[in-house]
Write a new protein. Sequence first.
Length: 137
Amino acid sequence: MMKNTTRRSQRGFTLIEMVVSMLVLGIAATAIITLNSNLFYRLTDVRDLQTGTQLLQACAEKVMATRRRSGFSAVFECDEMSNFDGFDVPKISTQTVTGTSAITDSCPVNVQCKQVVITVKKNNISFTSVTLQMMNF
């Protein structure tokens, strides 16, 4: 009788226990792989957002440098930044206005202002645009 109890305690896992544990581990591994693949997609979105923001900043700095160097009537462009890693900096839109009322306009009274709007796109998706307002005193 002693021999029988010793034999039972030395038994390993049954085939059914092994199949169930392999099934549970397979489901857990599938869930982890699925979560990690979504992380890689989000990582590229974050990288694109960061690159687009840096291009916006670089173009805005170039516009400000052109304004300081060439004056209020300068033509602003960031053509050399087009087709950078799939990004496109389209033509910069400018609008010149003269302030008429300090209450309703963002431009002071009798001052000529120029609004410069810079937009960066990738695959026809626009990132947040930057608007600069320059004044000619």
